[in-house]
Design a protein around this ligand. Structure first.
Ligand SMILES: [Zn+2]
Ligand SMILES: [Zn+2]
Length: 250
């Protein structure tokens, strides 16, 4: 699998990065995990506008899904003629209604369904193209999911947004690459069931015995190096900070 960081800024875009969005490719299939603010523009550095085969939305906070409104325009009013065929979009209950409301004036309440084939995510296993995926509910103020993606005997696990969660440790167990949020600063912020800090991300990686940890969803006002050091105090495997346009072969 090839993982490309499209955007990794937490909560709002930075000068250097869009919000959460990660492109996962294998066998010519392109699955996008989240499409936060600014991601649609950045995505076009990595693939054509119409080259996505499926989208997974971890939850419906704007920094993970709002660029789907722009993507609706691109697919619905396609400039070179005709409307795009629908692609599967996996998201929590209410994804279509939420995106339709965010857009504001779609031609009808079901217009989004003409270009997106919405599937409601629940905890469980299913296939997306060539990938076997498993989703697990995580701890966040809204319904939110982490996802484990497997292909060819390799795996990557994306936390989405979550506070500390044993369910996430279980989902990520033995994974080759753990893309884990570390939004909070250790010792500074500690709001239950919202986000993790670097130390907690490292602790989850250690307990899940992952092979590699990539920290993400760090807000522009947070010192990423402090979060990296905090994670490394708990986990001694390879640990890096996600950065836009980084590519990982998994
Ligand atoms: Zn977020
Ligand atoms: Zn969130």
């Amino acid at each position: 699998m090839k993982l490309t960081v499209v955007g990794c800024s937490g909560s709002f875009p930075s000068a250097d990065s869009a919000c959460s969005s990660y492109l996962v490719e294998a066998d010519g299939f392109r699955l996008l995990l989240d499409m936060g603010n600014g991601a649609l523009g950045e995505l076009q550095r990595h693939c054509g506008l119409y080259d996505l085969d499926a989208v997974f939305l971890s939850h419906l906070h704007a920094d993970h899904c709002v660029d789907m409104c722009g993507y609706f325009v691109a697919r619905y009013y396609r400039h070179d003629g005709g409307r795009c065929a629908s692609i599967p979009v996996y998201g929590p209950e209410g994804t279509e209604a939420r995106l339709t409301t965010a857009y504001g004036d779609t031609p009808s309440a079901s217009s989004m369904s003409e270009v997106f084939d919405f599937h409601t995510v629940k905890p469980g296993s299913f296939d997306i193209g060539p990938f076997t995926v498993r989703t697990e509910r995580v701890r966040h103020p809204v319904e939110a999911y982490a996802i484990r993606i497997e292909h060819g005997g390799r795996s990557l696990t994306y936390s989405g947004d979550t506070g500390p969660a044993d369910e996430l440790v279980e989902l990520a167990m033995g994974t080759d690459l753990f893309l884990c949020e570390a939004a909070f600063t250790t010792g500074k912020e500690n709001i239950p069931d919202l986000h993790m800090n670097g130390r907690q991300a490292g602790e989850h990686a250690r307990r899940a015995r992952v092979r590699r940890l990539v920290l993400t969803h760090i807000a522009p006002w947070t010192d990423p190096q402090a979060n990296l050091v905090a994670a490394q105090s708990e986990y001694d495997g390879p640990t890096t900070l996600a950065a836009p346009r980084d590519v990982y072969e998994v």
